[in-house]
Design a protein around this ligand. Sequence first.
Ligand SMILES: C[S@@+](CC[C@H](N)C(=O)[O-])C[C@H]1O[C@@H](n2cnc3c(N)ncnc32)[C@H](O)[C@@H]1O
Length: 276
Amino acid sequence: MSRGAEHGWAGWIARVERAAASERGPSILEGIADRVADHAFLHRGDSVLDLGAGTGLLTFKAARQVGRGGVVVALDADEECLQTLRVRGEAMGLENVSVHHGRMESLPLEAGSFDAVICRSALSYSADLHAAISEINRVLAPGGRFSLFEPLPGETTWSFATDLDAGRFMSMEHALREARGNSSLTRNVIRNMLESEFARVESLTVHYALSFAGRDEEELAEEYLYDLPGELGAFYVLKNVMKAEEIIESARWFARAASAGLVRGTLPCLFAWGGR
Ligand SMILES: C[S@@+](CC[C@H](N)C(=O)[O-])C[C@H]1O[C@@H](n2cnc3c(N)ncnc32)[C@H](O)[C@@H]1O
């Protein structure tokens, strides 16, 4: 079990996109991106910042909406993601995308220079959420809008078949949230920070069901252990507070139960939008 170790964000995003594309029906990722773009109320000619743009899921959507007279700045801290984004954007013939390397906590961008800031699943990975949100406010022009989507790992819930003893697994889950320090990343934490910066804030929480029945056990254990790229992954984080054998044993226990359809999870996610 070592798959997650060599992947950075670009490989991780590619894996998530492949998984979403293999699902039946409309892609969940595309649906989320559509909703984030809709809540930003983009117009032709707008100047838009995609924060933590990754390989461009939201960037390209926004670039088509603002048209040739507008611009979308794709900002990310990961060079490999930005390189993939550049190549994809060129292949699509998009000429209104500008790629910037930088961190969301101290944006290398001028104050008041954007009509809208959009973001999908990137703020949660910031070491300083407060700084990142106040940077969004700084770079927005008067009347500017923001629209974002974030998973709420602090609100994930698991339910187990009644005859299972999930005590050890749940202790590990607790240790993981504590060690990551995002156990407090709930809808209220994000909303309160947004409300302290912006005049208008609206939000909607959506609950995604997590079901793993029939999935390959080994694959599920790997997904649990390497849920995020590199050293952000659960295994690396837990290794600081638990023995490696115990972590792997608990992950395998979870994978067996999940594959047998004895575990269900719920991941709440927040859409939030508004403006200055
Ligand atoms: C889950 S991916 C989402 C990417 C993209 N928004 C999407 O919807 O596909 C998270 C992204 O946030 C970026 N990121 C994480 N921390 C960051 C930071 N402090 N500043 C800028 N980007 C960051 C990562 O490099 C990664 O590309």
